[in-house]
Design a protein. Structure first.
Length: 354
Protein backbone atom coordinates (compact mmCIF):
# COMPACT_ATOMS: atom_id res chain seq x y z
CA UNK A 1 0.00 0.00 0.00
CA UNK A 2 1.23 3.54 -0.72
CA UNK A 3 2.49 5.50 2.27
CA UNK A 4 0.59 8.42 3.84
CA UNK A 5 0.37 11.29 1.36
CA UNK A 6 1.63 9.13 -1.51
CA UNK A 7 -0.85 8.45 -4.30
CA UNK A 8 1.33 5.97 -6.18
CA UNK A 9 4.43 3.94 -5.36
CA UNK A 10 5.95 2.20 -8.40
CA UNK A 11 8.94 -0.18 -8.35
CA UNK A 12 11.10 -0.75 -11.39
CA UNK A 13 14.26 -2.50 -12.53
CA UNK A 14 16.16 -0.45 -15.08
CA UNK A 15 18.47 -1.68 -17.85
CA UNK A 16 20.21 -0.21 -20.83
CA UNK A 17 20.66 -2.08 -24.10
CA UNK A 18 23.49 -0.60 -26.20
CA UNK A 19 22.87 2.71 -24.44
CA UNK A 20 19.08 2.84 -24.82
CA UNK A 21 17.17 2.84 -21.49
CA UNK A 22 14.58 0.23 -20.60
CA UNK A 23 12.51 0.51 -17.42
CA UNK A 24 10.72 -2.69 -16.34
CA UNK A 25 7.79 -2.10 -13.98
CA UNK A 26 7.82 -4.82 -11.31
CA UNK A 27 4.94 -3.41 -9.22
CA UNK A 28 1.47 -4.75 -9.65
CA UNK A 29 -0.66 -2.67 -12.01
CA UNK A 30 -4.40 -2.32 -12.47
CA UNK A 31 -5.72 -5.22 -14.55
CA UNK A 32 -5.40 -4.50 -18.26
CA UNK A 33 -8.15 -6.44 -20.08
CA UNK A 34 -7.67 -8.36 -23.31
CA UNK A 35 -7.38 -11.90 -24.65
CA UNK A 36 -3.94 -11.18 -26.14
CA UNK A 37 -1.08 -8.77 -25.51
CA UNK A 38 -2.09 -6.94 -28.69
CA UNK A 39 -5.59 -6.49 -27.25
CA UNK A 40 -4.14 -5.29 -23.94
CA UNK A 41 -2.16 -2.62 -25.77
CA UNK A 42 -5.41 -1.20 -27.09
CA UNK A 43 -6.91 -1.30 -23.60
CA UNK A 44 -3.86 0.38 -22.03
CA UNK A 45 -4.00 3.21 -24.58
CA UNK A 46 -7.52 4.06 -23.35
CA UNK A 47 -7.04 3.48 -19.61
CA UNK A 48 -6.35 6.70 -17.69
CA UNK A 49 -5.02 4.92 -14.59
CA UNK A 50 -2.56 2.77 -16.56
CA UNK A 51 -1.47 5.73 -18.66
CA UNK A 52 -0.84 7.73 -15.49
CA UNK A 53 1.88 5.23 -14.56
CA UNK A 54 3.42 5.49 -18.03
CA UNK A 55 3.54 9.28 -17.80
CA UNK A 56 4.87 9.17 -14.24
CA UNK A 57 7.84 7.04 -15.33
CA UNK A 58 8.52 8.74 -18.67
CA UNK A 59 8.11 12.41 -17.89
CA UNK A 60 10.56 14.62 -16.04
CA UNK A 61 11.62 14.70 -13.25
CA UNK A 62 11.49 10.87 -13.00
CA UNK A 63 12.21 10.22 -16.66
CA UNK A 64 13.04 12.20 -19.79
CA UNK A 65 11.89 12.75 -23.37
CA UNK A 66 13.73 9.64 -24.63
CA UNK A 67 12.68 7.25 -21.85
CA UNK A 68 11.48 3.73 -22.68
CA UNK A 69 10.07 0.83 -20.68
CA UNK A 70 7.40 -1.82 -20.31
CA UNK A 71 4.59 -3.21 -18.22
CA UNK A 72 4.68 -6.95 -17.56
CA UNK A 73 1.39 -8.63 -18.50
CA UNK A 74 0.21 -12.24 -18.88
CA UNK A 75 1.27 -13.95 -22.12
CA UNK A 76 -1.24 -14.99 -24.76
CA UNK A 77 -1.02 -18.63 -23.66
CA UNK A 78 1.17 -21.12 -21.81
CA UNK A 79 3.69 -21.23 -24.64
CA UNK A 80 5.35 -17.99 -23.47
CA UNK A 81 7.00 -17.04 -20.18
CA UNK A 82 5.62 -13.51 -20.05
CA UNK A 83 3.96 -10.70 -21.97
CA UNK A 84 5.14 -7.12 -22.31
CA UNK A 85 3.51 -3.80 -23.21
CA UNK A 86 6.17 -1.38 -24.45
CA UNK A 87 5.83 2.34 -23.80
CA UNK A 88 7.57 5.67 -24.35
CA UNK A 89 6.74 9.31 -23.66
CA UNK A 90 4.13 9.44 -26.44
CA UNK A 91 2.28 6.16 -25.87
CA UNK A 92 2.51 2.42 -26.43
CA UNK A 93 4.54 0.84 -29.23
CA UNK A 94 3.96 -2.44 -31.06
CA UNK A 95 7.52 -3.77 -30.82
CA UNK A 96 10.82 -3.14 -29.08
CA UNK A 97 13.95 -5.12 -29.92
CA UNK A 98 16.26 -3.48 -27.40
CA UNK A 99 13.56 -4.03 -24.78
CA UNK A 100 13.27 -7.71 -25.72
CA UNK A 101 17.02 -8.08 -25.19
CA UNK A 102 16.74 -6.39 -21.78
CA UNK A 103 13.72 -8.51 -20.81
CA UNK A 104 15.65 -11.68 -21.65
CA UNK A 105 18.54 -10.61 -19.42
CA UNK A 106 16.15 -9.57 -16.63
CA UNK A 107 14.13 -12.81 -16.77
CA UNK A 108 17.28 -14.87 -16.24
CA UNK A 109 19.04 -12.57 -13.78
CA UNK A 110 15.91 -12.19 -11.62
CA UNK A 111 15.29 -15.96 -11.59
CA UNK A 112 11.92 -15.57 -13.31
CA UNK A 113 13.14 -18.06 -15.92
CA UNK A 114 15.53 -20.71 -14.52
CA UNK A 115 18.83 -20.91 -16.38
CA UNK A 116 22.08 -22.90 -16.05
CA UNK A 117 25.22 -20.91 -15.16
CA UNK A 118 26.74 -21.78 -18.53
CA UNK A 119 24.93 -22.10 -21.85
CA UNK A 120 21.80 -20.76 -23.51
CA UNK A 121 18.27 -20.30 -22.16
CA UNK A 122 15.29 -19.28 -24.27
CA UNK A 123 12.89 -16.71 -22.84
CA UNK A 124 9.64 -16.58 -24.84
CA UNK A 125 7.80 -13.26 -24.76
CA UNK A 126 4.47 -12.19 -26.22
CA UNK A 127 4.48 -8.57 -27.42
CA UNK A 128 1.88 -6.62 -29.44
CA UNK A 129 3.51 -7.55 -32.76
CA UNK A 130 3.57 -11.27 -31.92
CA UNK A 131 5.69 -13.90 -30.18
CA UNK A 132 9.44 -13.30 -29.91
CA UNK A 133 12.23 -15.29 -28.27
CA UNK A 134 15.28 -14.03 -26.40
CA UNK A 135 18.14 -16.55 -26.31
CA UNK A 136 20.15 -15.63 -23.23
CA UNK A 137 23.77 -16.82 -23.13
CA UNK A 138 25.53 -17.10 -19.78
CA UNK A 139 29.13 -17.77 -18.79
CA UNK A 140 30.03 -18.58 -15.19
CA UNK A 141 26.62 -17.38 -14.05
CA UNK A 142 26.77 -14.01 -15.83
CA UNK A 143 24.72 -13.00 -18.85
CA UNK A 144 27.16 -12.59 -21.73
CA UNK A 145 24.82 -11.66 -24.59
CA UNK A 146 21.21 -11.97 -25.72
CA UNK A 147 19.97 -12.85 -29.21
CA UNK A 148 16.33 -12.19 -29.95
CA UNK A 149 14.39 -13.83 -32.77
CA UNK A 150 11.77 -11.41 -34.03
CA UNK A 151 8.52 -11.74 -35.92
CA UNK A 152 8.75 -12.05 -39.70
CA UNK A 153 10.10 -8.86 -41.29
CA UNK A 154 9.59 -7.64 -44.85
CA UNK A 155 9.54 -4.80 -47.35
CA UNK A 156 6.41 -2.68 -47.63
CA UNK A 157 7.48 -0.15 -50.26
CA UNK A 158 10.51 1.04 -52.22
CA UNK A 159 11.66 4.40 -53.54
CA UNK A 160 8.80 6.45 -52.12
CA UNK A 161 9.30 10.16 -52.79
CA UNK A 162 8.88 12.37 -49.73
CA UNK A 163 9.14 16.15 -49.95
CA UNK A 164 11.02 17.67 -47.02
CA UNK A 165 12.38 21.11 -46.16
CA UNK A 166 15.76 19.72 -47.32
CA UNK A 167 14.31 18.78 -50.69
CA UNK A 168 12.68 15.62 -52.05
CA UNK A 169 14.10 12.33 -50.80
CA UNK A 170 13.39 8.69 -51.58
CA UNK A 171 12.63 6.36 -48.73
CA UNK A 172 12.05 2.62 -48.31
CA UNK A 173 9.47 1.23 -45.89
CA UNK A 174 10.11 -1.99 -43.99
CA UNK A 175 8.34 -3.86 -41.21
CA UNK A 176 10.20 -5.37 -38.26
CA UNK A 177 7.41 -5.54 -35.68
CA UNK A 178 6.75 -1.87 -36.39
CA UNK A 179 6.91 0.10 -39.64
CA UNK A 180 10.05 2.12 -40.39
CA UNK A 181 10.96 4.51 -43.17
CA UNK A 182 14.65 4.31 -44.19
CA UNK A 183 16.76 6.82 -46.08
CA UNK A 184 20.47 7.57 -46.43
CA UNK A 185 21.52 10.39 -44.11
CA UNK A 186 23.64 11.83 -46.93
CA UNK A 187 20.51 12.34 -49.05
CA UNK A 188 19.53 15.17 -46.69
CA UNK A 189 23.09 16.43 -46.26
CA UNK A 190 23.65 14.87 -42.83
CA UNK A 191 25.84 12.29 -41.13
CA UNK A 192 24.87 9.90 -38.33
CA UNK A 193 26.90 11.70 -35.68
CA UNK A 194 26.00 13.49 -32.43
CA UNK A 195 26.92 16.82 -34.07
CA UNK A 196 23.89 16.46 -36.37
CA UNK A 197 21.54 15.36 -33.60
CA UNK A 198 18.96 18.23 -33.85
CA UNK A 199 18.83 18.08 -37.65
CA UNK A 200 18.40 14.30 -37.65
CA UNK A 201 15.44 14.65 -35.29
CA UNK A 202 13.85 17.29 -37.51
CA UNK A 203 14.17 15.17 -40.66
CA UNK A 204 12.92 12.06 -38.89
CA UNK A 205 9.82 13.89 -37.73
CA UNK A 206 9.18 15.32 -41.19
CA UNK A 207 9.36 11.97 -42.97
CA UNK A 208 7.11 10.31 -40.43
CA UNK A 209 4.59 13.15 -40.58
CA UNK A 210 4.28 12.85 -44.37
CA UNK A 211 3.90 9.05 -44.49
CA UNK A 212 2.26 8.10 -41.20
CA UNK A 213 -1.41 8.12 -42.12
CA UNK A 214 -1.05 7.07 -45.75
CA UNK A 215 -2.11 3.82 -47.38
CA UNK A 216 1.53 2.95 -47.93
CA UNK A 217 2.04 2.69 -44.15
CA UNK A 218 -0.77 0.20 -43.59
CA UNK A 219 0.04 -3.18 -42.11
CA UNK A 220 -1.10 -5.90 -44.56
CA UNK A 221 -3.10 -7.96 -42.03
CA UNK A 222 -3.85 -5.93 -38.88
CA UNK A 223 -4.59 -2.16 -38.87
CA UNK A 224 -3.53 -1.96 -35.21
CA UNK A 225 0.06 -2.38 -36.44
CA UNK A 226 -0.24 0.35 -39.08
CA UNK A 227 1.51 3.72 -39.16
CA UNK A 228 5.14 4.77 -39.46
CA UNK A 229 6.66 4.28 -36.02
CA UNK A 230 10.13 5.58 -36.84
CA UNK A 231 12.47 7.04 -39.43
CA UNK A 232 15.88 5.42 -39.86
CA UNK A 233 18.68 7.56 -41.29
CA UNK A 234 21.67 5.41 -42.18
CA UNK A 235 25.19 5.42 -43.57
CA UNK A 236 26.72 2.50 -45.43
CA UNK A 237 30.22 1.68 -44.12
CA UNK A 238 31.03 -1.14 -46.54
CA UNK A 239 31.87 -4.57 -45.18
CA UNK A 240 33.58 -5.98 -42.13
CA UNK A 241 36.12 -8.77 -42.82
CA UNK A 242 35.73 -12.17 -41.18
CA UNK A 243 36.58 -11.95 -37.49
CA UNK A 244 36.75 -8.16 -37.64
CA UNK A 245 35.80 -6.15 -34.61
CA UNK A 246 35.13 -2.57 -33.75
CA UNK A 247 34.98 -0.64 -30.49
CA UNK A 248 31.50 -1.94 -29.71
CA UNK A 249 31.86 -5.65 -30.45
CA UNK A 250 32.67 -8.32 -32.99
CA UNK A 251 31.34 -9.03 -36.44
CA UNK A 252 30.76 -12.11 -38.53
CA UNK A 253 32.11 -13.22 -41.89
CA UNK A 254 31.26 -10.94 -44.79
CA UNK A 255 29.23 -8.55 -42.67
CA UNK A 256 27.49 -5.59 -44.23
CA UNK A 257 28.38 -2.62 -42.04
CA UNK A 258 26.00 0.29 -41.48
CA UNK A 259 25.53 3.03 -38.92
CA UNK A 260 22.09 4.48 -38.30
CA UNK A 261 19.90 6.48 -35.99
CA UNK A 262 16.19 5.86 -35.49
CA UNK A 263 13.90 8.81 -34.74
CA UNK A 264 10.74 7.23 -33.35
CA UNK A 265 7.42 8.28 -31.82
CA UNK A 266 7.42 12.11 -31.70
CA UNK A 267 11.11 12.94 -32.07
CA UNK A 268 12.56 10.38 -29.67
CA UNK A 269 16.09 9.23 -30.49
CA UNK A 270 17.15 5.62 -30.06
CA UNK A 271 20.62 5.47 -28.55
CA UNK A 272 20.97 1.84 -29.62
CA UNK A 273 20.93 0.69 -33.27
CA UNK A 274 17.19 -0.03 -32.66
CA UNK A 275 16.30 -3.72 -32.48
CA UNK A 276 13.06 -3.80 -34.47
CA UNK A 277 14.46 -1.15 -36.81
CA UNK A 278 17.50 -3.38 -37.39
CA UNK A 279 15.08 -6.14 -38.45
CA UNK A 280 13.43 -3.79 -40.95
CA UNK A 281 16.86 -2.83 -42.30
CA UNK A 282 17.81 -6.51 -42.60
CA UNK A 283 14.67 -7.26 -44.64
CA UNK A 284 15.40 -4.33 -46.99
CA UNK A 285 19.03 -5.37 -47.50
CA UNK A 286 18.12 -8.98 -48.22
CA UNK A 287 15.40 -7.94 -50.69
CA UNK A 288 17.79 -5.70 -52.64
CA UNK A 289 20.49 -8.38 -52.74
CA UNK A 290 22.96 -6.45 -50.57
CA UNK A 291 23.07 -9.21 -47.94
CA UNK A 292 23.66 -12.79 -49.04
CA UNK A 293 23.13 -16.16 -47.41
CA UNK A 294 25.15 -16.57 -44.22
CA UNK A 295 26.10 -12.88 -44.05
CA UNK A 296 25.38 -10.54 -41.15
CA UNK A 297 24.43 -6.92 -40.77
CA UNK A 298 26.83 -5.19 -38.41
CA UNK A 299 24.67 -2.32 -37.22
CA UNK A 300 26.16 0.57 -35.27
CA UNK A 301 24.33 3.35 -33.41
CA UNK A 302 24.87 7.08 -33.24
CA UNK A 303 26.86 6.58 -30.01
CA UNK A 304 29.01 3.73 -31.40
CA UNK A 305 27.25 0.74 -29.81
CA UNK A 306 26.49 -2.31 -31.94
CA UNK A 307 23.99 -5.01 -32.81
CA UNK A 308 24.65 -7.99 -35.07
CA UNK A 309 21.73 -9.17 -37.22
CA UNK A 310 21.29 -12.26 -39.36
CA UNK A 311 18.58 -14.17 -41.20
CA UNK A 312 17.38 -17.20 -39.25
CA UNK A 313 14.81 -18.28 -41.83
CA UNK A 314 12.66 -17.35 -44.81
CA UNK A 315 8.87 -17.19 -44.95
CA UNK A 316 6.00 -15.21 -46.50
CA UNK A 317 3.50 -12.76 -45.03
CA UNK A 318 0.31 -12.08 -46.96
CA UNK A 319 1.98 -13.42 -50.09
CA UNK A 320 5.14 -11.29 -49.85
CA UNK A 321 8.66 -12.64 -49.13
CA UNK A 322 9.81 -12.17 -45.54
CA UNK A 323 12.77 -13.03 -43.34
CA UNK A 324 12.86 -14.27 -39.77
CA UNK A 325 15.57 -12.07 -38.22
CA UNK A 326 17.84 -12.57 -35.23
CA UNK A 327 19.52 -9.62 -33.52
CA UNK A 328 22.34 -10.00 -30.99
CA UNK A 329 23.24 -7.45 -28.33
CA UNK A 330 23.90 -6.95 -24.63
CA UNK A 331 21.89 -5.40 -21.80
CA UNK A 332 23.08 -4.28 -18.37
CA UNK A 333 21.15 -3.52 -15.22
CA UNK A 334 21.50 0.12 -14.15
CA UNK A 335 19.37 0.29 -11.02
CA UNK A 336 16.41 -0.66 -8.87
CA UNK A 337 13.99 2.16 -8.17
CA UNK A 338 10.92 3.08 -6.16
CA UNK A 339 9.13 6.05 -7.70
CA UNK A 340 6.59 8.06 -5.72
CA UNK A 341 3.74 10.39 -6.66
CA UNK A 342 3.11 12.71 -3.71
CA UNK A 343 -0.44 14.06 -3.59
CA UNK A 344 0.97 17.49 -2.63
CA UNK A 345 3.23 17.70 -5.71
CA UNK A 346 1.90 20.44 -8.03
CA UNK A 347 3.75 18.88 -11.02
CA UNK A 348 1.86 15.60 -10.63
CA UNK A 349 3.08 13.05 -13.17
CA UNK A 350 5.60 15.57 -14.49
CA UNK A 351 6.31 17.30 -17.78
CA UNK A 352 8.27 17.04 -21.03
CA UNK A 353 10.01 19.84 -22.89
CA UNK A 354 10.10 18.01 -26.24
Amino acid sequence: MPRMGVLHEIRTTDYHTAGEPFRIVTSELPAIPGATVRDRRESARNDAEVDLVRRLLCHEPRGHADMYGCFLVPPDDGGAHLGALFWHKDGFSTACGHGTIALGAWAVESGRVPAPPDGDTEVVIDVPSGRVTARVSRRAGLVDRVTFRNVASYVLAREVTVRTTRGPVRVDLGYGGAIYASLPAASVGLAVTPEHYPELIAVGREVKRVLDGTQIARHPTDPRLSGVYGTILYEDLGTVPAGGAGPAGGAGAGSRHQRSVTIFADGEVDRSPCGSGTCARLALLVAEGSLGDGEELTHDSIIGTRFLARVAGQTTVDGRPAVVPEVEGSAYRTGEHTFLLDERDPLGTGFVLR
